[in-house]
Design a protein around this ligand. Structure first.
Ligand code: SAM
Length: 299
């Protein structure tokens, strides 16, 4: 169960979900029609294999509720591609401060072709950032992006339920200039009030011209009713996923951003998957198709 200020390592509690997403990215990377190429994902999984054994390849024999079946990794591939495109568009439009909230094992700082001069701020809990830095140092020699690309990565070890804006400013983030934000794979892990505070703080820190891209699992609670889906994922991860998410009701972030004067454009995961030629199909696909990706812009 969760508590107000709980902490985790990469192999515990919410930390394991970052490994789960890395597993999906590894599976996508091995597919010839993969939607994301993450050359670092497998190294993270190899580093914890003794404790958490997650797949790096689609298993055609796996049941559709198993993360190895390819349905989960297709969803993560679609979502990764959608956010890759939106973040890169923002950076190419001149937003040179990118903030990845709950960055986990996201390697966008290393793997995307950012315009020179971009700073990618990453925020996650200390042990998660430490694990990522350690593995990237062992495999790549450094956790930082290649210096010739002209992109700078600033990793912050801070909890998103605490005063993270202070840490971000101290690290060089300038709220007087526009920024691009990402909240992917995050919101269900925050209590309702922490989610409300998160968006309020982002609005405060966002100069005109700023953008935010969000994964919005509007009916995540319904997915938890699928016993088989929950049981199979829980077996793989070694934690009951129902114990990790907060299901308390919360205001719709799109409405709050519109009320603050931002414009919102969205696409369902089902539509995005079909558009990318990788439709989400099968008896358990509904758990994924109803998820919404949106981008909000401050005029
Ligand atoms: N966004 C990454 C991705 O898509 O690969 C990671 C997603 S993973 C499902 C969830 C991440 O949220 C974990 O890395 C976890 O540590 C982070 N997280 C959840 N709650 C957090 C909090 N209160 N403060 C900082 N990080 C948090």
């Amino acid at each position: 169960m969760r508590s107000e200020d709980d902490k985790w390592t990469i192999t515990e509690s919410v930390g394991v979900t970052a490994l789960g997403v890395a597993s999906s990215r590894a599976m996508e990377t091995r597919r010839p029609d993969g939607l994301v190429e993450d050359p670092h994902a497998e190294a993270f999984l190899d580093a914890v294999r003794d404790e958490v054994d997650l797949p790096v390849e689609v298993d055609p024999q796996a049941s559709s509720t198993d993360p190895a079946s390819g349905l989960t990794s297709t969803y993560v591939g679609v979502r990764s591609r959608w956010f890759d495109e939106h973040l890169l568009d923002a950076a190419r439009d001149g937003l040179d401060q990118v903030v990845i909230l709950a960055s986990g094992l996201d390697t966008r700082a290393q793997r995307l072709p950012w315009p020179a001069g971009t700073t990618v701020f990453e925020i996650d809990q200390a042990d998660v950032v430490d694990f990522k830095d350690r593995v990237l140092t062992e495999t790549e020699g450094s956790p930082e992006p290649a210096p010739d690309g002209g992109v700078r990565r600033v990793a912050l070890r801070v909890d998103l339920r605490q005063d993270w804006p202070a840490a971000l400013r101290e690290a060089g983030f300038d709220p007087g200039r526009p920024s691009a934000w990402l909240a992917e794979g995050l919101l269900p892990y925050l209590p309702a009030q922490a989610e409300v505070d998160l968006f309020d703080r982002i609005v405060e820190l966002s100069a005109p011209g700023s953008r935010i891209a969000v994964e919005h699992l509007a009916d995540a609670v319904d997915h938890l009713d699928d016993d088989e889906l929950v049981a199979t994922s829980s077996r793989r991860f070694g934690v009951d996923v129902r114990d990790l998410v907060h299901t308390d009701e919360r205001p719709d972030p799109r409405e709050r951003l519109r009320a603050a004067g931002w414009t919102v454009e969205e696409e369902s995961a089902g539509d995005a998957a079909a558009r990318y030629g990788r439709p989400l199909e099968g008896p358990t696909a509904r758990a994924f198709t109803s998820s919404v990706f949106f981008e909000a812009r401050r005029p």
